[in-house]
Design a protein. Structure first.
Length: 429
């Protein structure tokens, strides 16, 4: 048997050869890691109190962003062109930094980042958006329980259909009442506004629809949603002024909706931008998905309930006839869920038009101006679309009463303008 040292010697010789063959290279200069920053530096610049969310949102002290585009798209980064010795500035997308830093961009975080550059975004407004998110999550839980027909759902949803809608409205009202951000709250179906106690009043007025889509869609497990709009309270208004005096477009600060599908989506306006968030089921937070939603100028589909088409005005029938005639162009596809939020959401992303015209049975229409039409009209306006009553702009329509109904046409700008050309012309005899 060979001694143990005979086995080790060849290994030592190889190691010695490797040492001899090694070439000594000059020491490399250390590379600074600009991405890694201390927790103290992040905490100092973070306004939301959550350092883990703010890594990619850190702004340089010398930067003073003036426009929302500069903030949401990120700061300018220097890029060196190949074959040239000069540098040029290029906008960096917020999603690039988000992926690089594994950042969760919630509505609260995005608003905190915009607070110092936007006068409309105040700490009270950021707090209100946080409470609206809580209310949406609460409504989502109740809807899921009702869809699954659990015992908890039987307790929470006992009674008539109106009681179920009132139950969902109460979720939003109860959360916002004690938020300390609201002056008064109005929910669709309520006879009057809910005044917040004086000791916890805030500077905002909220209009909301707890359940948009109807109980029938909810019972069938189809898509439903929630709509909300936020108005800035005008303290100069007389206390004897009508309830709707402070609920016009000039006081509108933000609007949005939540869509309860296989995932929960939140679309809301932030300044002059339209942002989309998706509820992450792991962290239970809304995460930024898109910060610049735009509706196509021309559509491919039309959303309308034709059950009452026999009661429509002749101009609406003429428009529908044109859109279905292949001799006049490509016919629009008819898509209708029967849920305003679901139909509008698909129309906004795919392009087209949503119609709920007046008829002889409902001459004023069936969509509420304050709780449904104005919020969605504001959203589609920011997306590049249009909304009309058939006679005028929805955003310029003043409400005479809280539960006022109007005819509603909303979608791609080209489709709405074509409809207005027909409705403004006299009916053919």
């Amino acid at each position: 048997m060979f001694p143990r040292r005979t086995k080790i010697e060849p290994v030592k010789r190889k190691e010695e050869k490797k040492k001899e063959s090694k070439v000594v290279s000059p020491p490399k200069e250390p590379i600074e890691d600009t991405a890694s920053e201390s927790l103290d530096e992040i905490t100092e610049l973070c306004k939301c109190g959550e350092p883990c969310y703010s890594t990619s949102m850190k702004l340089r002290p010398e930067e003073d962003p003036e426009s929302m585009d500069d903030i949401l798209l990120g700061s300018d980064t220097d890029t060196l062109h190949k074959g040239e010795g000069r540098k040029s500035k290029k906008k960096e997308s917020i999603f690039v930094r988000d992926i690089a830093h594994n950042t969760i961009l919630t509505p609260t975080v995005v608003l905190a980042r915009l607070e110092r550059s936007k006068t409309d975004i105040t700490p009270s407004f950021i707090s209100l958006i946080s409470f609206i998110q809580v209310a949406i999550k609460g409504i989502r839980v109740k809807i899921l329980r009702y869809k699954h027909r659990t015992k908890l759902a039987a307790i929470n949803f006992s009674g008539s259909k109106k009681h179920i809608i009132s139950n969902l409205n109460d979720v939003m009202i109860s959360v916002l009442t004690y938020s300390g951000c609201c002056y008064q709250i109005y929910a669709k179906g309520e006879e009057d506004v809910r005044l917040v106690p004086p000791d916890i009043q805030g500077p905002y007025i909220v209009c909301c629809t707890g359940l948009s889509g109807g109980i029938d869609n909810l019972e069938c497990g189809l898509d439903v949603g929630t709509i909300f709009s936020i108005y800035k309270r005008d303290p100069k208004l007389s206390p004897f002024a009508p309830r709707t005096a402070n609920m016009s477009y000039k006081y509108l600060v933000s609007s949005g909706y939540a869509l309860f599908t296989s995932s929960t989506k939140l679309v809301m306006s932030i300044g002059k931008k339209l942002c989309s968030f998706i509820l992450d089921p792991v962290v239970e937070e809304f995460v930024l998905n898109d910060d610049n939603i735009k509706i196509p100028d021309k559509g491919q589909q039309i959303s309308v309930d034709e059950g009452h088409s026999g009661l429509w005005e002749p101009q609406i029938l003429e428009y529908m006839k044109r859109k279905k005639d292949p001799k006049l162009g490509r016919p629009l596809k008819t898509r209708c869920v029967g849920s305003l939020v679901a139909d509008f959401h698909r129309t906004m992303y795919s392009g087209g038009i949503y119609l709920y015209p007046a008829n002889r049975k409902n001459p004023q229409g069936k969509t509420t101006l304050l709780c449904e039409c104005i919020p969605l009209a504001h959203i589609v306006d920011l997306a590049g679309g249009a909304a009309s009553t058939g006679k005028g702009d929805v955003l310029k329509t003043e409400a005479d009463q809280l539960g006022q109904y109007i005819p509603f046409f909303i979608g791609s700008k080209h489709e709405v303008q074509e409809l207005l050309l027909i409705t403004s012309s006299p009916a053919r005899g």
